[in-house]
Each structure stands twice: as C-alpha cells, then as structure tokens.
Write a protein that binds this ligand. Sequence first.
Ligand code: IMP
Length: 438
Amino acid sequence: MFSDSVRCLVVVGAQWGDEGKGKLVDVLAEQATIVARYQGGANAGHTVRVGEDEFVLHLIPSGILYPTRRCLLGNGVVIDPWTLVEEMEGLRVRGIDLEGRLGLSRRAHLVLPYHRALDAAHENSAGTEKIGTTGRGIGPAYRDKVARCGLRIGDLRDAGRTREIVERGVAAANAVLERLSTDERVDTDAVLDAIEDVRGTLLGLATDTGEELRAGLASGGRVLLEGAQGSLLDIDHGTYPFVTSSTTTAGGAAAGVGIGPTLIDEVLGVVKAYTTRVGNGPLPTELDGEAAERLRHLGAEFGATTGRPRRPGWFDASVVRHASGVNGLTALAVTKLDVLDTLDEILLATGYELDGEPVRGFPDSAADLERVSPVFEVHPGWRTETEDCREWEDLPERARSYLRALERWSEVPVRYVSVGAARRETIRLPAGGIARTS
Ligand code: IMP
C-alpha cells in the first residue's frame, strides 16, 4: 500500500481485535522505515510466523523482525517495563539485534505492579460489571494517566519525582484494594526496587517519537502506525463498557505518537473472514455449540495473551461499516480465509433488525446490540484448500463470490486476502479492490 503518495499508513483492527494485524504489519513493514504503536499495552498479542519460527509480541511492533526497521512505542502506549525487558531478551536470544532499533516515548506512561493488582481486584469484586479484561493492568494505568497521577518514562530521570508518584499511587491503590476486600497490598519500596532494575534500560531507549516520525517522513521515510486491539474495543466507538481503555481507532494514531492527522495518508482495516471476540460483551453473529467449537478449532482461536478461548461468529458487515466510518478506512485486509475452507455453508450478516425493524447505523448501547437479530446471507462453501493460492484468480469461484459480497457489504475495497500465517500466504489486490478485478 506504500507508494510515492502514501508515506504514512495506519493499520487498525476493524472488529474486536485478533484480526491478524500482526501478520499484515509484518508484510507491510518490509516497505516501511519506521513502525510505531500508538495505544494499548501488553494486553495485545501479535503472533507472527517467520519461516519455522513463531513470535508472540505483546509490546514491541512486529516490524522488529526486519533487520533495519526502527520500532517505536508512542506516548499513547502504556508500557509494562518488565514485560518489555522480557520481550527484548526473548528477541535477543533468537538472534534479533535490537541495537538502536527500539525507542520509547518519554511521554508514555508506565504500567506498575499496582495497576495489575487493581485490574484483578476490580474484575473479581462483586457488584461490578465484569469486562473480562486481560488482567494486564491496562484500565488502571490509563485511569492514572487521565487522572494526572501516572508515572511517565521521562519521570524516571528524577528519582525524587518517581518516589513521590509511586508513594501516592501505592497509597491510593492500597485504599482501593482494602475497600474491594482483597488481601493483596502493594509496597512502595518493592515497586521502587523493581523500577530501579529497568530504569537504565528504559531511559536508554527514551526518545521523542513525534519528532522522530516527523523527521523520518520529511526525509522521505515511510511510516507504519500499528493499532492494537480492534475498533469495537475503542473506548468511545466500541461496545462500551465492554471495551479497552484507549482510542484504538485511527483518530488516536496521530495523538498517540505525536504527529498531526494531516500526515496520515491511508488507513487499512484488518478483518477476519469471520468474527471473534475475547472477553465479555455483545457479539451479534456469535455461534454456539458444535458450530462454535468447530470454527474455534479450525481457526485456533485461543488468545495470544491469556490463552482464553475466543468466541467465534460469522462475518458482520454492520460492524465493519461502523469501523470504516469511525476510522475512515481506505482499504481492507481479509485474514484467515483458509479457516473457512472445509465449511458447507458460510453466513454473512448484512445488517440487523431490532424489534422487527431494520436498524439504521450502529447501536451505541451494548444492551441494544445484545438484542439485535442479524440479517444473514447464506453462501455455499468452496470446500477446497486455499492455502496455496497466491493470486485472486487462484481462489475457487465460491470463495471469490463470498469475498465480493464481503467487500460490497463492508463498502471498503479489499486490498489483501490472507490464506495462511506465513508472509507469502497473502493475495494482493489492486487499488479499488475486488471490484476492479475481472
Ligand atoms: P483490557 O484491555 O485488558 O482492559 O481488556 C478489555 C477488553 O478488551 C477485554 O474484553 C479484553 O478481552 C479485550 N482485549 C484487550 N486486548 C485485546 C487483544 O489484543 N485482542 C482481543 N481482545 C483484547
């Protein structure tokens, strides 16, 4: 998708996360000079396969697997420093040279041990609505950020300020833990000691991500801004309150790295050829029983971060039209088409009805979304392996017909179809998408 006129591209998930963004970022990183993440934290889990090796990355952009790419974590990311250091070690052990290739925004906030403790305590406390979080401390870390009492990478330069922030954070966290009737307590010195272990590494990587990206673009570089989670988990545009605590959509990309939105040229939305969701909240096209079990196993739908089984459903064009609107999608990438290869019948939801009436737009209320009935179109399965297809013409006609319908109902041109986890298992389509093919 990069070209002379496309220098800055955002890649977002256009469903509930786990769409296969990691693979697409990996494919596109070949043409990029800098890859930057703009939100989320170690709640993300990107599985990328290179040759025989499989990497699961939680924080570091998958662009790191290309030898010379610079990878950044923007100010919008919440960084769990111990997970980061572990991930860096894991990459080094596998022979990946990180020297000069990783940068962290000085404005990025840290996820501290008390954020994890609070995440677990909130989820386990009676009376609160269970979100089914990843337990990585994401919500509490963003809460401190917005409440203006978080610890930023840049603060680590000042030991006194770091102690002050941690002392206040620990006191506030312990008060909440007590109120939520858990036995767990956090200790200021233990937190400070743990920070000391990673302080030098973090400060050594600290940078101004906005400045770097602007300079990179000005000197002819190509920038890929990598979203985590999915649009339906966006704090504003997702299925609130069953969402994550950041702006996952493309609007957050500029703010989350420190550039202006006018520098962004294109927004690629990644969707699975079906749908999955982890955690609680509405999923209108959800499958149950044996059909769910089958799709879950065919697609190996278990969370990369938590190992939880994902909830599978049919492709939902209402979701993707909503995602397209709030992101300004210019193209779609459809992943995991091959997972549907053995099915006799494939359903695609074209819209919803509520109380017998067609639903216009996308419901803002999770309760309404729980009650809608999807309107399904039924497509015959192609019952042929697609894994070896490399060109549009290689796909069986029934698969092409399904993808044509998916593009038509989503109202976004499909530029990529992925038929396997490996980089080469990708079909590229022209600008304008399937509609431009014969
Ligand atoms: P949190 O981000 O851990 O607070 O979790 C909030 C919601 O987002 C839960 O439903 C999680 O399952 C979901 N979530 C967070 N990260 C991911 C992800 O990378 N993929 C899919 N779902 C996610």
